[in-house]
Design a protein around this ligand. Structure first.
Ligand SMILES: Nc1ncnc2c1ncn2[C@@H]1O[C@H](COP(=O)(O)OP(=O)(O)OP(=O)(O)O)[C@@H](O)[C@H]1O
Ligand SMILES: [Mg+2]
Length: 283
């Protein structure tokens, strides 16, 4: 198990009282697995994952547990019964909820990377892409400048940015929307995270570019065995990208299961409504 969320609650205190954004969410994700989180606007999808990253707004109150497996557990997982590294009882797992800033900084970027609908939330407009990628690679992977530059160019090539060794010197605004999204994906994956969280990564893009970006994420995942939490209101996107889906409504989970099962035999009317909004199931 890579990530195990138990009884996650997120509330916000507002002048009008407490808003409950996430109510008792449970979620488990295996290494390399892709899980889609779907639900209507305001159902708590984004706040659930922002809670993991320690990125909630200042008026948030969070409770529950989100454990990220110990880093060695991929190779050493079978050696259960061993006494070493039992920081949290289970092979050095890290509790993300309530973790201190230092722990979260170590996890973010290096082990969990996040991409957003708007790439400019992740990119610094004042710095060349090269500078941002090189700094990230040096900080998280300890690469020297020259090796970091080489890796950064390779990553841009992997997300199919033409003429990467020249364009890496561009500022973010010099890329088109779709290309900027690719830059963000390259940056997110350059540190070889174990988990990629993508919150509506393609909503702002036109359909062809959207398909290309999703295919790109799928391809990079096949290569690197990165787990994926994909947030979207579009079940069609989940069908093409994920193994399992979790349907959220009003801060809680109303249905979960393998994607094919949810498409073939949805258990709730709410899921049926979401399915009805999917433009095409074939093709
Ligand atoms: N800082 C805040 N203060 C008060 N309420 C908030 C705050 N941030 C989010 N909320 C509320 O939390 C609820 C869940 O929001 P969330 O962002 O998780 O929705 P979502 O499922 O991601 O929706 P969308 O598909 O529109 O992105 C919403 O009702 C939202 O208004
Ligand atoms: Mg959202």
């Amino acid at each position: 198990m890579l990530l195990e969320i138990k009884n996650l609650n997120v509330g916000f205190s507002t002048p009008d009282g407490e808003i409950k954004a996430v109510r008792g969410l449970d979620l488990a994700l295996e290494r390399g697995e892709a899980l889609g989180i779907v639900g209507e606007s305001g159902s708590g999808k984004s706040q659930s994952v922002l809670a993991l990253m320690g990125l909630l707004a200042a008026n948030a109150r969070v409770s529950g547990s989100a454990k990220l497996a110990g880093q060695g557990s991929q190779k050493d997982g079978q050696k259960d019964g061993q006494k070493d590294g039992q920081k949290d009882g289970q092979n050095g797992a890290i509790e993300l909820i309530g973790a201190d800033a230092r722990t979260l900084r170590r996890v973010r970027g290096a082990r969990i990377a996040m991409i957003f609908q708007d790439p400019m939330t992740a990119l610094n407009p004042h710095l060349r892409v090269a500078t941002q990628m090189v700094e990230t690679l040096r900080a998280h992977r300890g690469l020297r400048r020259r090796a970091a530059m080489k890796t950064a160019i390779e990553m841009l090539e992997a997300v199919r940015i033409p003429d990467a060794s020249r364009r890496i010197k561009y500022y973010p605004h010099q890329f088109s929307g779709g290309m900027r999204q690719r830059v963000m994906i390259a940056m997110a994956l350059s540190c070889e995270p174990e988990l990629l969280i993508a919150d509506e990564p393609t909503t702002a893009l036109d359909v062809t570019v959207q398909d290309e970006i999703l295919e790109l994420i799928a391809e990079l995942r096949r290569r690197t065995h990165t787990a994926l939490l994909l947030i979207t209101h579009d079940l069609g996107v989940v069908a093409g990208t994920c193994d399992r889906a979790l349907v959220m409504r009003d801060g809680g989970c109303v249905e979960r299961g393998p994607v094919e099962r949810i498409f073939e035999a949805p258990e709730t009317d709410y899921t049926r409504t979401l399915l009805a909004a999917v433009p095409r199931l074939d093709g």
